[in-house]
Design a protein around this ligand. Structure first.
Ligand SMILES: CCCCC/C=C\C/C=C\C/C=C\C/C=C\CCCC(=O)SCCNC(=O)CCNC(=O)[C@H](O)C(C)(C)COP(=O)(O)OP(=O)(O)OC[C@H]1O[C@@H](n2cnc3c(N)ncnc32)[C@H](O)[C@@H]1OP(=O)(O)O
Length: 181
């Protein structure tokens, strides 16, 4: 599969650590593979990014994926403010982490974020809907290179945030060995 054709912004945030090396291939979407999410990961509703049982969480709502691009909507809540009436930058980075993570898991393997880079392009008001999307730029061994962006008000609205990330494939034990409860 080639890198998805998306309406790219003029300059990305990607540093050399989040840019795939030459020749890194983008595999076909395979999942998410339900066999990867049984046991402790099954139906996890406590996720701060998307879980329905996380009271102040972002509650990202996936709206679909096609051609290697995963899409979601996120409505900024009062609990997500930094400056009065505006989304906290760390919360927006969390939304991008979640999106890039989804795009990574759609490759059919288990991934965690190793590095996340974010550009904040304009303030996002409480109550606004951010239209998010993310895609994979390449996979090199255990490392997957993801990108994404968020636009205000509509899928083709003004860009507010964009991100590039390096995700690292991990075994199932990653999610159990350090747990304290
Ligand atoms: C994660 C949520 C799971 C939920 C599952 C539930 C349902 C699943 C369904 C759908 C999925 C939906 C959404 C996805 C969910 C959420 C997205 C949010 C994801 C997160 O929010 S997740 C939490 C934050 N995340 C961590 O908690 C990681 C802590 N960390 C570590 O656990 C280790 O650090 C690790 C494993 C990253 C690596 O450790 P390691 O020992 O396995 O491997 P090693 O160090 O050798 O790195 C291997 C190669 O990656 C390169 N590399 C590593 N780190 C780098 C960096 N920072 N910059 C540049 N390169 C880096 C090395 O340079 C080497 O490259 P090379 O092979 O070329 O030398």
């Amino acid at each position: 599969m080639t890198t998805p054709s998306v309406d790219r912004l003029p300059a990305g945030p990607a540093s050399s650590r989040t840019t795939p090396p030459p020749g890194a291939a983008v595999p076909e979407e395979a999942g998410p593979d339900p066999r990867l999410t049984d046991g402790v990961l099954a139906g996890y509703a406590g996720c701060f990014g998307c879980g329905e049982e996380s009271p102040h969480g972002l509650r990202l709502r996936r709206t679909g994926h096609a051609d290697g691009v995963v899409r979601a909507e996120y409505v900024v809540q009062r609990a997500h403010q930094g400056a009065p009436g505006l989304a906290h930058g760390g919360v927006l980075a969390t939304a991008m982490d979640e999106m890039l993570g989804w795009a990574a898991w759609l490759l059919g393997r288990r991934y965690v974020t190793g590095r996340l880079e974010t550009d904040f392009l304009r303030p996002v008001p409480v109550g606004a809907t951010l239209h998010l999307r993310a895609w994979c730029r390449g996979v090199d061994g255990r490392k997957a290179y993801l990108e994404g962006e968020g636009r205000v008000g509509a899928p083709d609205g003004p860009p507010a945030v964009r991100a590039a990330g390096l995700f690292v494939e991990v075994p199932r034990e990653h999610f159990t060995k350090e747990r304290m409860n």
